[in-house]
Design a protein around this ligand. Sequence first.
Ligand code: PLP
Length: 496
Amino acid sequence: MKFVSTRETGELKAGGSVKKEYSSQNVIMEGIAPDGGLFFPAEEVSFTPDEIKQLKNKTYAERAFFIISRYLTDYKQSELISAAKAAYSEEKFPLSPARVNKVGDEYFLELYHGPTSAFKDVALQLMPRLLSSAIQNSRSQKDALILVATSGDTGKAALEGFAGVERTKILVFYPEDGVSEIQKKQMLTQKGGNVGVFAVKGNFDDCQTGVKAIFADPAARRHAEERGYFLSSANSINFGRLVPQVVYYFSAISDLDLKDGELCDIVVPTGNFGNILAAYMAKRAGAPIRKLVCASNKNNVLTDFFNTGFYNKKRSFYKTSSPSMDILVSSNLERLLYLIAGPGQTLKYMSELGEKGYFSVSDEVKKALDGCFSAYYAEESDCFAAIRETFENTGYLIDTHTAAAVFAAGEYKKSSPDGVKTLIVSTASPFKFAPAVCRALGLSCGEGFFAVDRLAEYTRTAPPAALSALRGEKNRFYKSLSAGNMYGGVAEFINA
Ligand SMILES: *Cc1c(COP(=O)(O)O)cnc(C)c1O
């Protein structure tokens, strides 16, 4: 399988195709295409109904190997098998990486039973191992130095994923006062000899701008290279994070026990559009999925886009209790446009978005999107009501992100009440966002671990073991940097 950039022009020049093609190992090492586009497979992948049926008797690691080996064809099978086994061991995911839990009439796909209690673990346990093999196979003399700016969830999941992985080091920058107490503790206690964490005096944007500036600074790159590193990132536009997410949709379908020809609907709480794009890739590859429901919070740029065909990032930004969905530019939407509108068109939409801040798709594209997607958004009060009502009616506890999906599922069913099975994607443990979940339940609780205790006591459920264990752990990282001197932190880390 070869990969291309979503920003290829699609035009043939005299003398034949000028499409630039990449191997999957290149794609995972480079992250983003040289023209600023995102990498995508050059050909469709598909699985037959028989192949999908055969997943039933496989372990999760075997399912993962079966699916990803179709996309990542230039890896040795043995590399993919050992990466999947190590990523999806019982030690990392005691309750399965993707448990389907039936609650009342709904099916929840719980993706938060990993080391950091949120769904990014499922991809970030596998991707670093794929990167490590790619580095080894490339005969590169240099190791990867991963730089991550985080508003909370991604940083910890990336630290856990890269900790101890050969040929890689990882540095995470978080805004000193911009993450929750639990998220901060999760990062500051991270174990591993190849990890580092810095607080930055500023907000998340300052962190992100600082990391981008380091990538764009030739002197910084040269300095890192002299020390034996190439700079790399682990963000959700890397194809290596997308492909592990396709796996859990096939896995869930297999666990739903659909009859021959039966389809299901899937509702996904969405931010950067990575998770729901993986569901769409599964659908295109043959998974029996009817509709994908895109659930947003008050930052409803995607709801507007799916309802009107007009994407406009120029709008107010809201900080909500589902912070991982507080996004105005959903990067992975570019891959959906590439699949539906094709090359050339995608380049045009992305240029308009860059220049004007908005773009409109053609009627034909809009119609194709309508055939696969529905979209709804939840106000804060809708999310809180969804948490409270779900708990009161069923005893099942959901987090603030999943709450947006539960609300969207309810709205969707009003328009389509036909008894088709609905799978709601559950992206975080409610305990990870305990203060907000307590408020939704009407409990007075305080912050941080006080809220975890209060929630556990009130709902008589145990918090994830890794979250409880944090309290007794010692912080390992203390330094904070000014936003202008983030490379100083990098230099200190690689000189040590
Ligand atoms: C990252 C995240 C999301 C959004 O996923 P995307 O792939 O960015 O759409 C939703 N919920 C939680 C808890 C997350 O951490």
